[in-house]
Design a protein around this ligand. Structure first.
Ligand code: AMP
Ligand code: MG
Length: 413
């Protein structure tokens, strides 16, 4: 049996990033950039107006005030998207819309609401300085500038920037194709009424959702029977994916054949059994050089093992450098006893109460209580050597999502 830290170290040392692919930027959100993006143009491409108003020569406006307004002749109207046709000379102004190009001669814009236009003349009541309400060419991005670095995780802002730069396709890290095989003679497929003694295979679906949540493509291989030959055959097929996940059959039961089949296939098994609860029975090895995670069968255990050991691996494969969930300290809402020698990942709900975070356990913590994963927004992580927690003690929480209930910010509860 090895520690969670050692298991993680072994797993990550084995992890090689996948190759790259070109995708349309509409498909690129959440992906990791596989190339540097250097601007091929200035943004904005030309000086333009930041407001609706009048393009003027700032020098003309010196000394203007409400008692002594300045009169300028309006020579044209410039709409966004059209080109100015005239030069603004001394004593002149052009009516201009937001985003329209600044005409020659003008160097500032007077807001429409601060001017009064009558009979092709506009009255300016306050002076403006050079450059006021003008957006300069390249003020956002300069041609030749490195705008997005290889390795960046693309968020909506990046996607907008790529579009602004005229890039419809980008190179990103590939998504891992993850084969999922659930073992167990007691399992029947979804949408079958389970006869006595049987249960629905739910692990395929929780795993598929977890794979998808961290950017992978799940491939459901269905149910493997508790026999060496069936598992061997199915693992061979699964070995064409980038990663193989199995669930169940990896403990010490009479029909737990996953480890044997891993050995039969002539591949190294790096470890078996991790000092964690839930999730102790877990094997890590490979089939035909493809990494194989033999995850436990219990519905909570399989999800916790995925979270702790598979998710970081899949994220690393996709070029992510932030591969771990956010952790912080919270106050335990209750006293807890625990056995030593195992790191515990208890399902909890973290809430923000006044100026502190408080974590409540979801209730029954058995590795088959899937409802605990429905309710939890975090794991309470208790180290191997910890034997008890008192109500009010600080504990580490690992967040599963961002849904922390806040009671201190009006309108944000
Ligand atoms: P095993 O590790 O194969 O002994 O499985 C441990 C427990 O998890 C047993 O109670 C199984 O019935 C249950 N289990 C195994 N695989 C699945 C699955 N795919 N879906 C739901 N429960 C499962
Ligand atoms: Mg089984």
């Amino acid at each position: 049996m090895i520690s969670v830290e050692k298991a993680l170290e072994t797993i990550l040392a084995d992890c090689r990033p996948l190759g790259f692919e070109k995708v349309n930027i509409l498909e690129a959100s959440g992906r990791v950039m596989g190339e540097d993006v250097i601007a091929q143009r200035d943004i904005p491409p030309a000086p333009n107006s930041a407001k609706d108003g009048y393009a003027v020569r700032s020098s003309d406006t010196k000394g203007a005030n409400s008692r002594n307004p300045l009169e300028l002749k309006v020579i044209e109207t410039i709409a966004a998207g059209s080109l100015p046709r005239k030069t603004v000379n001394k004593g002149q102004a052009a009516r201009i819309m937001t985003g329209a190009m600044i005409p020659k001669g003008a160097d500032a814009v007077v807001l429409r609401e601060e001017a009064e236009e009558k009979d092709k003349t506009v009255m300016i009541k306050t002076p403006v300085l050079q450059g006021v309400e003008v957006r300069f060419a390249g003020e956002d991005v300069k041609k030749g500038e490195l705008v997005i670095q290889k390795g960046s995780v693309l968020r909506p802002g990046h996607i907008g920037m790529l579009a602004a730069l005229g890039k419809a396709f980008v190179t990103v890290y590939q998504k891992p194709r993850v084969a999922i095989l659930c073992t167990g003679d007691e399992l029947v497929e979804l949408e079958t009424d389970p006869p006595p003694g049987k249960i629905v295979n739910s692990n395929s679906y929780s795993l598929a959702a977890q794979v998808r949540e961290c950017g992978g493509v799940p491939i459901l291989l269905g149910i493997g029977r508790d026999s060496r030959s069936d598992l061997a055959e199915k693992f061979q097929v699964a070995g064409r994916a980038d990663v193989v996940l199995s669930s169940g059959g990896v403990s010490v039961g009479d029909y737990d054949f996953v480890k044997d089949v891993m050995a039969d296939l002539g591949n190294a098994m790096h470890f078996w059994k991790v000092a964690m609860r839930p999730g102790k029975p877990m094997a890590f090895g490979s089939v035909n050089g493809v990494p194989l995670f033999g995850l436990p069968g219990n519905p909570v255990a399989v999800m916790v093992s995925f979270e702790q050991l598979v998710r970081p691996y899949l994220l690393k494969m996709q070029g992510h450098t932030q591969i771990f969930r956010q952790i912080f300290k919270a106050v335990s809402a209750q006293s807890i006893r625990k056995e030593t020698g195992f790191k515990h990942f208890m399902r909890g709900v973290v809430k923000k109460e006044k100026d502190r975070y408080v974590v409540y356990l979801t209730g029954e913590q058995g590795s088959g209580i899937l409802k605990s994963m429905v309710e939890a927004n975090a794991f309470m992580v208790l180290d191997e050597n910890v034997s008890s927690v008192k109500k009010g003690d600080e504990v580490v929480v690992q967040m599963l999502d961002e849904t922390i209930l806040r009671t201190d910010l009006p309108g944000f509860g």
